[in-house]
Design a protein around this ligand. Structure first.
Ligand SMILES: [Mn+2]
Length: 243
């Protein structure tokens, strides 16, 4: 069977053992039979640089390496948590980093892939933060600091972001409809797959009188692990935990 798989927002972390176990199982079994696997950001809860020594991460790197060694292409897009995945990660896993956004040919359907954070244009503060941390100069300065210091800075940023989420309207945390339309129009396609918002769903969007589809993958947690499976017949949003 021809199948292309899409996952995002696994947020692998030492204190999240269930998503880790599910991830290792998924990479060792279902993904082994796939035409390709796309990881559309936030595979890891945080990635402080390719020297990140978080205990559970090597298991995931090894499982990815096993997959690419069996000639399954694995494409990784940066998320807002793991945007520092770099060349050493690529060398350790055999994965290929892809830019955000990118258009692929999905069994004949032009499909736009994004992490999804750039679509949340109503969150002006976040977009300013993103612009700052995606700048090569900022990244070089950050990576030049000792790992322990980077960890403290990341924890501070996380605490600030969590505090902000408490007081931010739900609609601001979601994608802006205008941003979705603009992205599809700019790339001239009618199919979008993204993650980030943790709101798994299939949406219809009308663009120039035509219907476009926006698929949101969904995150992995203790009772839910969402994937999108596409075959030449179409795509399905599936929960590996059967929900
Ligand atoms: Mn994200």
């Amino acid at each position: 069977m021809s199948e292309t798989l899409f996952i995002a927002d696994l947020h692998i972390a030492p204190n999240r053992p269930i998503p880790l176990t599910l991830c290792l199982d998924f990479l060792a079994h279902r993904a082994q039979k796939a035409d390709a696997l796309y990881i559309l950001g936030d595979l890891f809860e945080v990635w402080l640089g390719d020297d990140d020594d978080t205990p559970t991460y090597p298991e995931v790197l090894k499982a990815l390496h096993n997959l690419t060694s069996n000639n399954v292409p694995v494409f990784v897009m940066h998320g807002n948590r793991d945007f520092l995945l770099g060349e050493d990660f690529v060398a350790a896993t055999g994965c290929q980093l892809i830019s955000d956004p990118v258009v692929i040919d999905l069994y004949g359907t032009g499909t736009l892939l994004m992490h999804g954070d750039t679509l949340c244009t109503l969150d002006v503060d976040y977009q300013a933060f993103r612009q700052q941390v995606r700048h090569p100069k900022w990244q070089a300065q950050f990576l030049a600091q000792p790992l322990a210091q980077r960890r403290i800075l990341a924890q501070q940023a996380r605490a600030e972001s969590q505090a902000k989420m408490q007081t931010t309207l739900d609609a601001i945390m979601d994608v802006a409809p205008e941003a979705v339309i603009l992205a599809l129009e700019t790339h001239g396609v009618y199919h979008l797959i993204h993650g980030h918002t943790h709101r798994p769903a299939i949406h219809q969007v009308t663009i120039n009188g035509q219907t476009a589809i926006r698929r949101v993958i969904g995150d992995w947690r203790d009772n839910s692990a969402k994937i999108i499976s596409c075959t030449p017949e179409g795509c399905q949003l599936i929960d590996l935990m059967g929900k």
